[in-house]
Write a new protein. Structure first.
Length: 479
């Protein structure tokens, strides 16, 4: 698709890369999915003219090219050379006719492609349209090849792109680079890589597959994604990281956060060791496993050493969730409850699981570039469950893929405030024996405005407080 980086439209950015086709390689070379380079086809091809009305069975498989109009000169040369190498190319200027539903046309173009090329420049990666196309291609497990026209990988924290090694054009002879690109593509028309939904849905029943596709569709409306999440809560949400493992323990999907320096709060630079953070807040179903386990909530040892308020809470037992939906964040939990959960899970997994420090939480939310929100520098009510979104309660975790953090963590701006280890007055994080108020981050579904949802925003809550817009997520050391 071509864009002029202006205008409003689909709210798209971010996405779930689990199970996607990874392009591995180093330097200037690309090896697709670990396979030897495909044989280069030299019979010329042309860009097919096929619209949304062309039956899928009659369409010519294509290479989809995502780009910015600012790069038109390069793109024209690229398309010409891909055609000469035998690859038909889908671009908006040839494949969207007057009167077509352009969003549907783009979706069909991606579905019908056997490879997805992103012409990666600062201009294209600044466009929400291009970022949305990348997200959609990732979710449909397309073979993604970044064409690095500019040195943008180290500058962008747009995580779906940085997970793919690309073909370097900047600082490289063009003819050498185009040859490498062509050798990385499958033979023309390799329809075996075409799919209209993530492969992870293939073993699901039709309703579950449709709902999972909807909740992960960046072009679906917020209303439809939220409704899909509620229905999945009723019939069982099969997404990894949302429910339980086969052994009944919480299934935690981890996002790797590399070590190094990052911008903390108002410009201060801190250095942290590498760690992992849960992709989602702990869900109702996951916390319920702790409550129901024979060695779980009722076991007083998980509260040992905590302040007497926490011990008293354990004796009285847990309180009910406000919104009893299995894939929604577990709310109405105290800081003491969260600490006990972490201790129980650590013991059962034989690895350290804790609440994040507020410094870890912030790095996981904003990356290294000092962005204001997990998804960028401009607040968008369609990229998180806030009071501005009009949902009026918690929502299923992961319903806002376009609001993902640079490392893939979801729901870090809205849904529920998240507990941290850190005392509000910056006492040592390791001291968990006091009743000092603790930092919460992220903002909740009841909050309005924009300030509560900034990555640097910090508030405090009494560790014994339980409330309907407060939850937590967990972290663990890097492996």
């Amino acid at each position: 698709m071509s864009v002029d980086n202006k205008g409003d439209g689909a709210v798209v950015a971010g996405g779930d890369i689990s199970g996607s086709v990874i392009i591995s390689g180093s330097g200037n070379t690309v090896n697709v999915g670990g396979r030897p380079p495909a044989t280069v086809r030299h019979e010329p091809a042309s860009t097919p003219v096929q619209s949304v009305d062309t039956p899928r069975g009659e369409r010519t498989p294509t290479v989809f090219v995502s780009y910015s109009h600012d790069d038109d000169d390069f793109v024209r040369r690229l398309i010409s050379d891909l055609n000469k190498a035998g690859h038909a190319v889908w671009i908006d200027t040839s494949n969207i006719r007057g009167g077509d539903d352009w969003l549907r046309a783009i979706a069909e173009g991606i579905i019908n492609s056997y490879a997805f090329i992103i012409v990666a420049t600062k201009s294209s990666l600044a466009s929400k349209w291009v970022r949305g196309e990348i997200t959609w291609a990732v979710q449909r497990e397309k073979l993604i090849v970044p064409v690095l026209v500019e040195d943008v990988v180290r500058d962008t924290a747009f995580f779906p792109l940085v997970n793919f090694h690309g073909v370097k054009f900047h600082g490289t002879d063009y003819e050498t680079a185009i040859a490498r690109l062509v050798s990385s593509l499958p033979a023309r028309g390799s329809m075996d890589v075409i799919t209209s939904a993530p492969a992870a849905t293939s073993s699901m029943n039709p309703e579950s597959a449709r709902l999972v596709a909807t909740i992960g569709d960046p072009l679906a409306s917020v209303k439809d994604r939220v409704a899909a999440g509620r229905r999945l809560a009723e019939i069982g949400d099969p997404r990894p990281g949302v429910g339980l493992r086969a052994d009944g323990l919480p299934d935690i999907v981890w996002c790797d956060v590399p070590g190094g320096e990052f911008i903390y709060r108002a410009g201060r630079r801190l250095t942290l060791a590498a760690f992992r953070i849960a992709k989602y807040p702990v869900t109702y179903l996951q916390f319920q496993a702790f409550i129901d386990a024979a060695d779980g909530y009722a076991n007083a040892k998980w509260w040992e050493g905590l302040y007497q308020d926490g011990v008293a809470q354990q004796r009285k037992g847990p309180v009910d969730q406000w919104f009893k939906l299995s894939n929604h964040p577990r709310e109405n939990v105290s800081w003491y409850d969260a600490i006990a959960f972490c201790r129980w899970l650590s013991d059962n997994l034989s690895e350290s699981v804790t609440l994040p420090t507020e410094q870890q939480w912030e790095k996981a939310a904003r990356g290294t570039d000092g962005r204001i929100y997990p998804y960028g520098n401009e607040f968008d009510p369609a990229k998180g469950n806030t009071g501005n979104s009009g949902i009026g309660q918690t929502s299923a975790v992961g319903a806002f893929l376009d609001g993902a953090s640079p490392y893939g963590a979801m729901d870090m701006s809205g849904n529920v405030w998240e507990r941290t280890l850190t005392e509000y007055k910056s006492a040592p994080d390791a001291d968990i024996s006091s009743n000092a108020v603790r930092v919460v981050r992220g903002g909740g579904w009841t909050n309005w405005g924009v300030d509560n949802f900034r990555c640097e925003c910090r508030e405090w809550v009494d560790p014994a407080a339980r409330y309907y817009n407060g939850g937590f997520r967990v972290t663990s050391p890097a492996v």
